[in-house]
Design a protein around this ligand. Sequence first.
Ligand code: HEM
Ligand code: HEM
Length: 132
Amino acid sequence: MEERKDIEKLDDVKVLVDTFYGKVRQDELIGGIFNDIIQDRWPEHLEKMYKFWQTVLLEEHTYSGRPFVPHLKMPIEKEHFDRWLELFFATVDELYLGQKADLAKWQGNRMAEMFLLKIEYFRKNSQQTPLL
Ligand code: HEM
Ligand code: HEM
């Protein structure tokens, strides 16, 4: 009785993003960080994240930007990325099954690892460098 299908179209991406940030906003560890920064701009943030994941998963290039830069000054450590990943993986797995679902988890994990490495690098080398 397997009901889950794969991520196939933009509507699937929207359901993934809406469900994920629904969990994020209520999370006791990371919810406050998001809500403090985003405040009343959640509709815009969700629109941007639909485009980000549409670009990554469906190869429909609607997002352009610099995903890392806004995270540089956030109060985030390994434990926050671990929670982000836990919620993201749980959301993907509860909704979808297949190659794109696997790709979403793979790319989310890569991005979280890269963000954390870069944040730690910038903290150690307090001045700005071309790694941005
Ligand atoms: C070593 C790993 C990575 C490096 C060094 C890197 C670097 C960058 C840089 C510098 C940009 C901005 C480009 C610009 O300024 O025009 C960018 C954009 C982007 N990155 Fe990455 N990235 C990495 C991994 C990832 C991963 C894992 C994902 C997917 C989850 C990803 C998705 C994107 C997307 C969607 C854009 C926007 C593309 C565009 O504007 O056309 N990147 N990346
Ligand atoms: C605990 C970890 C994280 C926190 C607290 C966090 C928080 C945020 C917040 C608050 C924003 C909105 C910034 C603003 O508009 O003022 C944002 C933007 C964004 N986040 Fe994260 N994030 C985290 C991890 C990730 C990961 C792992 C990814 C990628 C898979 C990601 C992808 C993005 C992208 C693409 C944007 C939009 C950047 C732009 O303006 O173009 N974030 N994040």
